[in-house]
Design a protein around this ligand. Structure first.
Ligand code: ZN
Length: 319
């Protein structure tokens, strides 16, 4: 094991950092607002009368909300009484040795009891494992698993969350870091190919023939996109297609700056286009000055082979 790898592995199994305290007790207004935002209408979370008669004997918080209670505020400050140490020191170290990008991989969660209004939670944080250096389609780096253990005011454990993240450098960085005299062979990252299945095959075949097809219900003529087997208006399974003019307007857009995922160019402008026919689709802008990307701007489709064998319907602003 290299000295660097030894240092990296040294973060595993250290005594946990913490406590990281909660700003507020578990409380009904925050539960209600989260449920409202997510559209969760389970009455044990939001209806005190119903909850009182349930097995819980009163309101409880959605278990998946656990992380909310001990989060730092928007300003990045931990709640009073929290450990002043940075729980993610290993992330900073990996950045300094050339693995600056981070992508969340997954989160495993265990719940030991429901938390209720009035509970005061804190969590402890430790690094449970770090993989050997690995190379994936994104780049080369390390998978780091952070364990967050959540406790109540009596020290009883209420849940665990394991966050696995990949800290990496993209292939072009790997090339820069290749030892002098050795040819660097970074993997060429390709675009994810659109998934063609029984429902979407017609759309991509249309694109290959320079046509933007929209699915139409044969029973009620409702147009729909993205494609699916059943009409959401009348539940008919019968459908055909109409060919779109390819003209429309920018209904909305977002400009991605970070994290930069290969192979896209950044800033990466993603459009939600509303076609003349009324359906909307997600696409990318092309051949357009960034200042011209405005909500309501007129756009037209451009069929562009972005890579060998991969033609996509992209849009440019027309004036
Ligand atoms: Zn229909």
């Amino acid at each position: 094991m290299s000295e660097t790898d030894e240092k990296i592995q040294g973060y595993v199994g250290l005594p946990p950092c913490g406590p990281y305290n909660s700003w507020d007790e578990v409380n009904a207004p925050m539960i209600r607002q989260l449920c409202e935002a997510l559209g969760d209408e389970n009455p044990v979370y939001i209806d005190p009368d119903f909850a009182a008669k349930s097995v819980h004997g009163g309101l409880v918080a959605p278990p998946t909300m656990l992380q909310v209670w001990t989060m730092r505020g928007v300003g990045g400050k931990w709640a009073p009484g929290s450990d002043s140490r940075e729980p993610f020191e290993v992330f900073e170290y990996l950045k300094t040795i050339g693995f600056p990008a981070v992508v969340a991989v997954n989160c495993e969660q265990s719940y030991y009891r429901y938390v209720k209004p009035g509970d005061k939670l804190h969590h402890m944080s430790s690094i449970e494992s770090i993989s050997p250096q690995k190379t994936t389609a994104l780049g080369t780096g390390y998978f780091v698993t952070e364990l967050e253990e959540y406790f109540d005011q009596n020290g009883g454990k209420v849940g665990d969350m394991r966050f696995r993240v990949f800290l990496y450098r993209a292939p072009d960085r790997a090339q820069e870091a290749a030892p002098a005299g050795e040819p660097a062979t970074p993997a060429k990252i390709k675009r994810f190919r659109p998934i063609e299945n029984h429902d979407t095959k017609f759309f991509w075949e249309g694109v290959r023939h320079g046509q933007l097809l929209i699915q139409r219900c044969k029973a009620c003529n409702t147009l729909r996109h993205p494609p699916g087997p059943m009409c959401p208006s009348c539940q008919s399974l019968e459908w055909d297609t109409v060919s779109s003019s390819g003209k429309g307007k920018i209904y909305s857009f977002v400009v991605m700056h970070h994290p930069q995922i290969p192979p896209f160019d950044y800033p990466n402008t993603i459009l939600l286009v509303e076609l003349e026919e009324g359906t909307r689709l997600v696409s990318q802008v092309i051949d357009t000055h960034p200042d011209d990307v405005q909500i309501g701007a007129s756009v037209e489709v451009v069929f562009r082979e972005v890579e060998e064998g991969c033609t996509l319907p992209l849009f440019r602003v027309v004036k």
